[in-house]
Design a protein around this ligand. Structure first.
Ligand code: SF4
Length: 227
């Protein structure tokens, strides 16, 4: 298990203000600037990963270091692969200890936007670290619960966390009973080298998702449905 806990980050007022539709020079903009200043002091984005090897592949299963995942799409994506990198990247649990004004939904929304920037930084740092350390070329990743519900059921967060050991002790991320992660701006998954571009959004039919990273691919979706 390897932890990345000293991740450099930048929080740019202008770009965050643009994301949350606030004028930097307005009273709201000044409140946002104060929140960003607080975040600069307390944020500790982090990532955790391990290098793991596939023990076995079934019709719709993949067993990694003794832990079996069930997902036809994951199985298909890992067809030519022997080595994977299970990971978790997070904005850092420190961000959940901020003393925000209770019940101020706007401030909570802005704080979440700052956390999202930190998470993005942690993900990019992890990807660059993996590419550099393991000389990976193109990579892709899949996350339990990403894409349509049956692509890789969110319940398999339990197996992913089991694979990564004491996640809370290592990077402060907790898995709730409903398989969501705390802090909320955390991403888990399995990263793998690939020759073919893959993005979970390609097999997700959700309309108007503000976070969509790739268009829906009906051909890939059909393959997933019919194997
Ligand atoms: S379209 Fe949105 S909900 Fe669907 S996988 Fe992409 S980011 Fe997630």
């Amino acid at each position: 298990m390897k932890t990345l806990s000293d991740i450099p980050f930048e929080l740019d007022l202008v770009s965050i203000a643009k994301t949350v539709h606030v004028e930097p020079d307005s009273p709201d903009g000044r409140t946002l600037a104060e929140l960003i200043e607080t975040a600069r002091r307390m944020a500790r984005p982090k990532a955790l990963y391990t290098e793991a090897f596939i023990d076995a592949k079934g019709a719709e299963t993949v067993t990694v270091d003794g832990i079996t995942f069930t997902s036809r799409m994951l199985r298909a994506n890992l067809e030519p692969i022997e080595r994977v990198f299970p990971f978790i990247a997070t904005c850092g649990h420190e961000m959940d200890t901020a003393d925000l004004p209770a019940g101020d939904f706007l401030v909570e929304f802005w704080w979440d936007a700052i956390k999202a920037v930190l998470l993005g930084t942690a993900i990019r740092h992890l990807n660059e670290h993996l590419k550099h350390r393991y000389a990976l070329g193109r990579t892709a990743s899949m996350s339990p619960g990403s894409g349509d519900v049956d692509v890789w059921p969110i319940e398999q967060q339990a197996e992913l966390f089991a694979l990564l050991g004491d996640v809370k002790g290592q990077i402060g991320v907790e898995l709730t009973e409903s398989f969501l992660m705390k802090p909320n701006k955390t991403v888990s998954g399995i990263c793998f080298a690939t020759e073919v571009d893959f993005h979970s959004c390609q097999v997700c039919r959700r309309k108007d998702c503000p976070s969509r990273g790739a268009p829906f691919d009906p051909h890939l979706w059909d393959q997933h449905q019919h194997g």
